[in-house]
Structures are given as C-alpha cells and as structure tokens.
Design a protein around this ligand. Structure first.
Ligand code: FMN
Length: 183
C-alpha cells in the first residue's frame, strides 16, 4: 500500500444501514479496514441524494458532500439489490451524481443481492455504468441469492464460500487501487 492509507467508499443501492446491501457493503468495508484502508459508508437515509434533475438538485448540500467524498477516495465498493433484472434506482441515481472528474481512473468492486437465485445481471449493468465513469472494475464480484436467509443475526454472510469471495474481491480492489493511486 502507498504511504498514505487508501480511502475506500462503500455505496449501497438500498436505504438504511440494516438493509441487506448495506450489511454486505459493511462486511466488505470491514475487510478493507482490516487491511489498513480508511473506509467510508455513504448512508442514504441520513444523507439522501435528490433525483438527478429534481428541483434544487444542483445546489443540494448532500450532492456536494457525496462528490467531494468520492473525489477524495481511491476505491469504491458498490452493492445493489436486483430490481426487475437490474440495479436499483438508488444505485443508478448515486452513480449519476458522480463523473469522470470524481472517480475516473479509480478502482471499483461490485456486488448484488437477489430475492431469487443469483445471476450476473445487476453486476454487469453496474460494470457498464462504471465504464462510462472511466472507472476500473476488478474481475472478482459477489452475487448473493436468496438474500432473505443469507445473513446471520450479527449481520455477516452465513455462507463461508461467499465470505471468502468478498475477502478476495476486497483484496483485488485494494491491489488495483494501490496500483492506480501510484500512476
Ligand atoms: C421492486 C423490486 C423488484 C425486485 N426485483 C427482483 C428481481 O428481479 N430478481 C430478484 O431476484 N429479486 C428481486 N427483488 C428482491 C430484491 O432483490 C431483494 O429484496 C433485495 O435484494 C434485498 O436487499 P435490501 O435489503 O438491500 O433491499 C425485487 C424487490 C423489489 C422491491
């Protein structure tokens, strides 16, 4: 890791820190913190982002805060619920508030949760959006199917294979973020 610790921002595609996606982001951020990164978790319930284009949105304080935080971070962990075969509106709207100038050339990792069996739709759709932000998404990714029963009471994934996938994805993200930060 570079002399300055890496700053990693987690963005959930759901409201509330007890949503499954926020729990998943939290698990990944904890792994990043254990490896020495400084981590941030954007709380949509506390700091809601207006819909892009809504009245007053261009002067919104939370938008400025979100963009400034994104600019100061080296890597990003995204986790979205699958809604009708794609990412949630909350996730898409979050990505719509950041641009190349905030996140271009930086590392991303993507995860998703599903009520049904896991697939890669939401993961692939987030990869496409991040490409338009000029970000680099690491190959490792995590999809959590049957999400209702996927977490234990302490908010961690029950399945040890999935936990290992999260850890490997985070390790890859930190490696890529370090490489890109030194460019
Ligand atoms: C509007 C809506 C659409 C959904 N569409 C799908 C879907 O296409 N496939 C699926 O497996 N689950 C679907 N679900 C279930 C969500 O993926 C699931 O509730 C979510 O991953 C839970 O995460 P959360 O606690 O962060 O909201 C949908 C749920 C909602 C509310």
């Amino acid at each position: 890791m570079s002399a300055q610790p890496l700053q990693i921002l987690g963005i959930s595609g759901s409201y509330g820190m007890t949503s499954k996606n926020s729990l998943l982001v939290e698990q990944a951020l904890l792994a990043a913190a254990e490896s020495g990164a400084v981590v941030h978790h954007w709380d949509h319930a506390e700091n809601p982002l207006p819909l892009v284009g809504a009245e007053g949105c261009w002067e919104d304080d939370n938008v400025k805060k979100f963009q400034d935080l994104a600019s100061s971070c080296h890597g990003f962990i995204l986790s979205s619920p699958e809604y009708h075969g794609t990412m949630s509106g909350v996730m898409k709207n979050s990505l719509d508030w950041i641009y190349d100038k905030h996140v271009g050339g930086k590392a991303f990792a993507v995860m998703s949760t599903l009520g049904g069996i896991s697939n890669s739709n939401t993961l692939n759709h987030m990869r496409i959006s991040v490409r338009w932000l000029h970000g680099w998404v690491v190959p490792e990714q995590v999809a959590v199917g049957k999400v209702k029963d996927a977490f234990s009471e302490d908010g961690r994934l029950k399945d040890s294979d999935l936990c290992e996938r999260v850890d490997k994805m985070v390790a890859s993200l930190l490696k890529m973020a370090t490489f890109l930060a030194e460019e």
